[in-house]
Design a protein around this ligand. Sequence first.
Ligand SMILES: NC(=O)c1ccc[n+]([C@@H]2O[C@H](COP(=O)([O-])OP(=O)(O)OC[C@H]3O[C@@H](n4cnc5c(N)ncnc54)[C@H](O)[C@@H]3O)[C@@H](O)[C@H]2O)c1
Length: 399
Amino acid sequence: MRLTVIGTGYLGLTHAVCMADLGHDVMGLDVDADKVARASNGDAPFFEPGLEPLLRKNLEAGRLRFTTSFAEVAEFGDVHFLCVNTPQAAGGEADLRHIHSAADALAPHLWRPCLVAGKSTVPVGTARSLADLLRQVYGKLLEAGTPALVMDLETAELVKVSANAFLATKISFINAMAEICEKAGADVVRLADALARDDRIGKRFLAPGLGFGGGCLPKDIRAFQSTARELGVESVVNLLGEVDAINLGRRSRVIELARDVVGGILAGRRLAVLGLAFKPDSDDVRDSPSLHVCGQLLREGALVSVHDPVAMGNAARIQPGLRYAGSVSEAAAGADAVLHLTEWADYRLIDPAMLATVVAQQNMIDARCALDEDAWRSAGWSFRVLGREHRCPAAAPPV
Ligand SMILES: NC(=O)c1ccc[n+]([C@@H]2O[C@H](COP(=O)([O-])OP(=O)(O)OC[C@H]3O[C@@H](n4cnc5c(N)ncnc54)[C@H](O)[C@@H]3O)[C@@H](O)[C@H]2O)c1
């Protein structure tokens, strides 16, 4: 391990030498440049039996060096031992000035996870106040009232992964409701809107559609599943398996709809896809539901033109077989169906009448339940929405 020792007096120099002799890589720091120079030359500034030969041996072995630079120790160390002096103050209490000044000097240079271990003798409460100081990277947020929760490592690790599992479950829940709505002739968009008004439920992560993708949720729920399997918690394995299956099922459903609207066979049909990023306002295409659907359409022999405001470069590296268009109209030119797969705000502004002039067939599939269905239908489009296959009549306004 790479250790540092801050304060190389009686305690610190001895500790540094012994740790190096155990085989660790050690860097000692002192504010006293003379002490640093002497220790670097193998000259112990005080007598401790056997210390000097051991100091020289470890200097020669290259396991031990000394510095006056806090930036250097912060860069070097995985564990920092605070060994500065804590003399008696005038009133008899411990004088913690050196401890505070060492921690103040070290903290701004700490940029990666490390352990700061106190070896100086200090009054009770010092470690907690130092920990608070070294946590000052979050200082502004804490001052603004963001709560800081302290817990054991296992619970802390599970917090992040279970939060992602919950969000994924919420998305798959509404998408499972979309499947029910399709069969029952109900409208999942109105259902979601009504549920969201209950503040125990809320509207975030309750949007029905093509489901989640990206670099976090899919891999996180699968990793969590494998942890649950290792721990023998089958209920979590099964729950997350269903969440994943419902999510992937939405992609198959869009392909089914596309096949349906172009007459049952995708081979040779021209499809335009709007949106490639896994979510709007991003160029991230990792595990993108849209790109997955595009790949499947290509495998079935469709000719697929695509558009995305910013993600086309990243998508082209993964899926070079698509036709990358510079505009929505260019993508839609001659299309037998247009698929809206990532809900960029710009796509809500498309003029359905204008787009009607470039396509071969006016078929729109809104896989994100985000476009204005009435506007598209009024312009003569056949309009299919995931989860709203049998559209309910508009609700009468309250009298
Ligand atoms: N000496 C022992 O055998 C022994 C044993 C157990 C515990 N302790 C405790 O260890 C601590 C250190 O004792 P010591 O006898 O080694 O003291 P010391 O005075 O010999 O060494 C302290 C060193 O810290 C350096 N220092 C002071 N402020 C610094 C700063 N801001 N940054 C970096 N270096 C700084 C000083 O220059 C000095 O070299 C004390 O709390 C003491 O009670 C000592």
